[in-house]
Design a protein around this ligand. Sequence first.
Ligand code: NAD
Length: 434
Amino acid sequence: MKKQTLERLQNKSAVIGIVGLGYVGLPLMLRYTDVGFNVLGFDIDAEKVKKLNGGQSYIEHISSEKVVSAVSKGFMATSDFSEAAKADALILCVPTPLNKYREPDLSFVTNTTDMLVPYLRKGQVVSLESTTYPGTTQEELLPRVESTGLRAGEDIFLVYSPEREDPGNHRFETRTIPKVVGGHTAACLEVGKALYAPAIDTVVPVSSTKAAEMTKLLENIHRAVNIGLVNEMKIVADRMGIDIYEVIRAASTKPFGFTPFYPGPGLGGHCIPIDPFYLTWKAREYDLNTRFIELAGEVNTNMPRWVVGKTMDALNERGRSLKGAKVLVLGIAYKKNVDDMRESPAVELMELLRDKGAMVEYSDPHVPVFPKMREHSFDLKSVDLSPALIARYDLVLLATDHTKFDYDMLQKHAKLIVDTRGVYLDPCENVIKA
Ligand SMILES: NC(=O)c1ccc[n+]([C@@H]2O[C@H](COP(=O)([O-])OP(=O)(O)OC[C@H]3O[C@@H](n4cnc5c(N)ncnc54)[C@H](O)[C@@H]3O)[C@@H](O)[C@H]2O)c1
């Protein structure tokens, strides 16, 4: 079986099935169609399926032309999972959020697998890409896959290969980001490598699915902890009257042993605030506490409150209260130059400000209308920036530093700016760093 699957992957006659066509699945689909594979996309969201088949993208940094080109090369999206039998590879890119108790919610992964099980067949390779705790592939996918009577490593091949994406970063694309792969058996790994080799320049094999799962968590925990550290340093530096950004710039001149991380108004995005807690949860099974993760989580979670405290102080010094103040929040996506709002700290800032009686509006060229979110609601549209409009606000809170903002114009016309991203290098009277 393995020989046939390897051949089909190597000569590109294999059909690649991408399950979950979001921020991770969509670029991967485009890459496989680009290198000449026939690709089938699966998503439970009928709206997304319709848009893709009509040649339309729903992700800002992916152009509709790319989707049109994929469709012209034979790409088709569907919500009909019986089509999965046609795919030689099934790559799962579904969400892995936390539930309200900050515990892993694996329901998307397990539901998706359950939906695929009736259509699994000999010779297929199943690869999970969703970020998750070590052991997920073995404990959750393996029994489901083998419930069909197929043996993993002999009839069907099971791998875990974490996705690495940095939306908005134009220096890398799917092809040039090295991809870690772990297999359930040696044969699974061999097939896993053959699955990714045609699409990705560098495939990095590891000894097990668990090692691959842990690799992804290490990468994201490394970021979460270092951002927590630099956020703590920012608070200390601020109290001491030191500009943390100047310090980071100076420290970055050290040619070895230092990697810069930047403070901000809190953690955002679908990964860094969430993934570390997958390990925290799993470690409890082993009677272990993940203290760095918890501590970083505590520091990072407190950042929006700290920023609001600084904002109140800044207004107070000018004889104003936050209650009744007109506040414009600049940039509400979770990071620079993207339209992704998931876990954005800007939204928490907006809520805290509103709770304290401020009149809050926002401007974000990437988010024209405040989207429907599960836990937040604002009936707002992005306002267009002009000198006259900026001057009307008591305070401008710079939450996300999109390149499209005209920072000179803002500084010239705003009464007061609270800069949470270190955009303004030189001290100015109307700019407070927070
Ligand atoms: N966004 C990133 O930058 C990024 C980077 C690395 C890893 N990841 C990880 O990749 C995974 C996917 O993240 P994402 O950002 O692409 O999520 P997303 O929400 O953008 O996309 C997930 C897609 O899966 C679909 N879906 C949900 N349940 C399904 C089911 N049962 N069957 C088929 N489709 C289903 C949804 O409709 C959605 O289109 C997560 O585990 C995430 O942690 C994300």
